[in-house]
Structure formats: C-alpha cells, structure tokens
Write a protein that binds this ligand. Structure first.
Ligand code: IPE
Ligand code: IPE
Ligand code: MG
Length: 247
C-alpha cells in the first residue's frame, strides 16, 4: 500500500480522465441543520481542492457532474441557487484555476441554462481557453440518455440528407456525435468514476463513455471529499486490473 500522506502518488497508473458524481451536498447540510444550498456552497470548495490535486497528480480531464437533466425536478429555489453557482465560481475560483493552467469546458444542454449562468461559463471558458493543463469539464444540465437521443437525431438527419451512409455508423462515429467529442480522442472515456455519498448508481452520468470505467464508491459526502480522499481513490484505481475483455 502506498502511503496516502505522500504528496505525489508514486503510481504510474494515474487515470487520464476521472469523472466525479459529486453527491451528498444536501445530506451534508442537513447533518448541520442548515438548508440544502449550504451544502452546494461547501461543495464548491471541495471541487476547487480536488481539481488542483487532480492537476498536480497528472490527471488530464476531470468531468464533474454538477447538474443532471433530472435535477430540474428539485424545488425552484434550490435549482436557482445551483444555477447561480457558476457566476460565483467565476469570481471566486477561476483565477486560482487559471493560475494552475486549468482549462474549463462544459458538456450538457446549454440551451436551457439561465443567461447569467451561461455567460459566466462562457467567460470562464474564454479566459482559460489557451491553458494546457487539466481540463475541468462541467457536466451541467447533462443526461446520458438525452445526449444519445441528440446524437441519434444528428446522425439520422445526416443519413437522410445523404451526407452519411448507414454503413459508416460504428462506435467511433457515435463517439464523435456525443458531447465528449470536444475532448481529444484518447481522453473521452473516463478511466475512473468516483461517486460520493454512498449511493451505488451512475444516475445517467456518461452511460456510453463509462462502458469500461473503473467505479469507485465512497460514503464520504461530497463537501467532505478532499485531497487525501482523492488520492485514496487514485491508489484504489492503481490496484485495479483492467482487462477490457481480454485476459
Ligand atoms: C449533489 O448533492 C449535488 C447535485 C445533485 C446538484 P445532492 O443535492 O444530490 O445531495 P443529497 O444527495 O440530497 O444529499
Ligand atoms: C446525481 O446526483 C447528479 C449530480 C451529482 C449532479 P442525484 O442526487 O441527482 O442522483 P440520484 O437522484 O440520487 O440518483
Ligand atoms: Mg443526491
């Protein structure tokens, strides 16, 4: 076992792409007798710490599930609060990320986002667009099934227009029509997916891309997930035997 206190994990098997289902903010707040949104705020601090740690460990892409297509079902006030987080994120967190060479990206249906949310994200992407460090990829209003439906619409339309032949549709091509196509080809599929808060499901997070991801579940609630917790997940990943169907 590699000591977790060590700054840099001496494991050559650092995942290139890590996905995180940042869950448990509401329960974290409830435990403190605070409103749920208090947990979402605390979750932003956790994200900042984990992003910088991931960059230091050599992770190339960190895709974080921030809001699912199903999360619109929540009370209006909570949704508004979450939608406002990117605005705060821009002023409070982006400068430090930028200094660390982090590039901001977004996946999900942006058309339904409030104007202020979208413009904060666009500014963050613009400011960091030339950075060559870790890509912090926000899954915002993202749902894996919606992503596939959109991809199917595009593909069918191109077939109807004669721009695409049915025989050309293979796994590679489908990948090109998904939201993760903005990432470079070798980095699209998460090697490791972490879910906090003890729930053992993926909740519509990257269903196509996670076909061979290693899954790591922890009971830790997202706002309590810190650098050491992240390193622990990396160590667990390093001990997995990935076979991809081989021997
Ligand atoms: C995750 O925490 C954040 C979002 C889904 C936006 P939750 O808000 O789901 O927290 P719990 O699961 O209710 O504790
Ligand atoms: C998944 O968490 C979505 C995000 C973390 C953004 P949820 O809390 O929405 O998932 P369920 O409802 O427990 O499956
Ligand atoms: Mg939850």
């Amino acid at each position: 076992m590699i000591p977790l206190t060590r700054q840099k994990i001496q494991n050559p098997l650092i995942p290139v792409h890590v996905g995180i289902i940042m869950d448990g903010n509401g329960r974290w707040a409830k435990k403190r007798l605070k409103p749920r949104v208090f947990g979402h705020k605390a979750g932003m601090d956790a994200l900042q710490k984990v992003t910088i740690e991931a960059a230091n460990q050599g992770v190339k892409v960190l895709t974080v599930y921030a809001f699912s297509t199903e999360n619109w079902k929540r009370p209006k006030d909570e949704v508004s609060f979450i939608m406002n987080l990117p605005v705060e994120f821009f002023d409070r967190y982006v400068p430090e990320l930028h200094k660390n060479g982090v590039k901001i990206a977004v996946i999900g249906d942006r058309s339904a986002l409030p104007k202020a949310t979208l413009s904060a994200l666009e500014r963050a992407m613009e400011v960091t667009k030339d950075n060559t460090g870790l890509v912090l990829n926000f899954a915002l209003n993202y749902g894996g099934r919606a992503e596939l439906v959109t991809a199917i619409h595009k593909i069918v339309r191109e077939v109807q227009e004669g721009a695409l032949n049915v025989n050309q549709i293979d796994e590679d091509l489908v990948g090109d029509y998904l939201e993760t196509a903005t990432l470079s080809k070798d980095y699209r599929d998460p090697d490791l997916i972490i879910r906090t808060s003890g729930e053992l499901r993926l909740s519509n997070f990257l269903p196509w891309q996670s076909a061979y991801s290693e899954l790591y579940f922890t009971d830790t609630l997202w706002p309590d997930f810190d650098e050491a917790a992240f390193r622990e997940a990396l160590v667990a990943f390093g001990q997995r035997k990935r076979r991809f169907g081989g021997v």
